[in-house]
Design a protein around this ligand. Structure first.
Ligand SMILES: [Zn+2]
Length: 93
């Protein structure tokens, strides 16, 4: 008399996968969880998107943190190097 399962596998997975997304992008999840999340993301667009967004957010945070932590002297040195390698007459066509 049961014409529908209460939850499909993928619906049940989604809730669990989302709970682990942060750990996975932080590389703090165990190998089994990582593999499950990655495997689920390959066949679930919504979770793939959530994973990509979490990764992008983490990258952005790390970039901001890195530039804040870099001492001013290092930043100047990097900027100098960038100017040295750049063509002083401007970008090439
Ligand atoms: Zn999913």
């Amino acid at each position: 008399m049961q014409d529908r399962l209460p939850l499909t596998d993928s619906e049940a997975d989604c809730a669990e996968i989302r709970a682990h997304v942060d750990d996975v992008v932080a590389m703090e999840a165990d190998a089994v969880t990582m593999a499950r999340v990655e495997a689920h993301a390959t066949r679930c667009a919504a979770c793939r998107h959530a994973l990509a967004a979490a990764r992008a957010y983490r990258r952005a945070l790390r970039r901001v943190g890195a530039s804040e932590r870099a001492p001013a002297t290092l930043r100047h040195r990097v900027l100098d190097l960038m100017h040295e390698t750049r063509d002083p007459r401007g970008p090439r066509p």
